[in-house]
Write a protein that binds this ligand. Sequence first.
Ligand code: 5GP
Length: 143
Amino acid sequence: MTEATYDTDNIFAKILRGEIPSHRVYEDEAIVAFMDVMPQGPGHTLVVPKAPSRNLLDADPATFGPLFTVVQKVARAVKQGFGADGVTVMQFNEPASGQTVYHLHVHVIPRFDGIPLKPHAGGMEKPEVLAESADKIRAALRS
Ligand code: 5GP
């Protein structure tokens, strides 16, 4: 079996290079977080390391400390910003798992009692709704 390799032109690499716009809520030297354009619920955020890897399987383990430190920050912020009851954190590896963008990322989704997630990579959200969600998360990250 041939191992798939990292494609430097994947959509998140383009977002990281600023070639494609995104609603960014957080950035440091190693990690960026921005709104998912096809959210599975309000406030669905993606936490993305700048270091290139397809997914968790080929990532440098040194990535995971900084990555999950930011996942926790964003999880707390979405819970506070959206008044959520809980937070789902998900991460997919290769097509069989449901991965559709081949640059390591972690999904952080606020959850509300009794409300199921929408389908993965379903419909596009309106830019103004994403902008409003990003404002809420940035405000919670500042507090
Ligand atoms: P995966 O299936 O690889 O775990 O998740 C990829 C996620 O990226 C999906 O939830 C999908 O909605 C989101 N996505 C796909 N294209 C774009 C894009 O151009 N911008 C943003 N912000 N999210 C995207």
